[in-house]
Ligand binder design. Sequence first.
Ligand code: ACO
Length: 317
Amino acid sequence: MKIIGTGSAMPSLAVTNEMLSEILDTSDEWITTRTGIKQRRILSEDTLTALAVSASQRALESAGLIAQDLDYIVCSNVVNNFVTPSLSCILQGEIGAGCPSIDLNAACTGFIYALDIAESFIKTGRAENILVICAEQPSRMVNWKERNTCVLFGDGAAAVIVSKGDAFKGFHITTQSKIEPLYYQRKLEFNPYVSQADGDAPLIMNGKDVFKLAVSSSVSDIRNVLEKSKTTADDIKYFLLHQANIRIIESVRDFTKQPDEKFPHNIEKYGNTSSASIPILLDELHKANKLEKGDLLVFSAFGAGFTTGACVLEWTI
Ligand code: ACO
């Protein structure tokens, strides 16, 4: 499998730390030093579907394909307006594709899980061109009065088109069933007068536990995929890590003993956009001409579940 196109779309509303400190007992100084985040984009007038459509169309354009060329759509998403049908079904119609589509929820690891599934379809010859799209709206899951969590997240969407090739050198994905550190639970009682979204309980997170799990899993997943692909950290041009906290990225960087410039980040602009964070960063690097043919990249992510995943790939565009 290889990546042949990338695209992303972000909400127009930027919410800065200063804006949050007007409604919460927080400060730009606290958020910046603890997380690296300066602002995040939040869906207000735009919709998640519209973002997903724009990101997908941009990825198709970048790949030189049209929606009818797609053989499958894999959409990584945690929450959207509908429980059913899936966001991928809605997206399939909006972009004018005619192929099957599924949603996948592996939380912030969704991009790597989706790529892993796409690779199986491509390897077995069941599909030639697949749209892998991550569209996330974590701003719906947090309680905006809860400073421990709401300052961390932002909304966004990004996509890649994958096709036949041998650019992906190794995958490693894991699940440890561990609910307590991070979850978002639907209320069990059914109340027809309360919309499901209003009735949902907000995201619960034990930040310190998630931090430790994130660093240890990312370090071990990266080691695993480097070994599988017979490469060393020195051979890698960029490590694209899930953008959850700049201190998590710095800790993983220290373990790999690699220079700072190999760990690009945009968390300062977008916060944690769940599974969309790696493809948003990838699209930015691609559009800024920072990726050259033959560059080796590592993707590494972790999220609620607890799910983790990493892969090594060669850039071929
Ligand atoms: N503004 C000001 N003070 C705050 C804020 C805030 N926004 N949030 C928490 N605090 C306070 C706490 O109440 C606490 O106060 P206390 O000492 O009086 O009790 C103090 O700051 C320190 O809190 P800690 O929890 O010790 O802060 P920590 O250094 O652990 O940073 C953080 C918290 C940023 C959440 C960190 O633990 C973290 O990033 N964890 C990982 C989170 C993460 O990555 N989540 C998502 C990953 S998975 C996925 O993406 C789905």
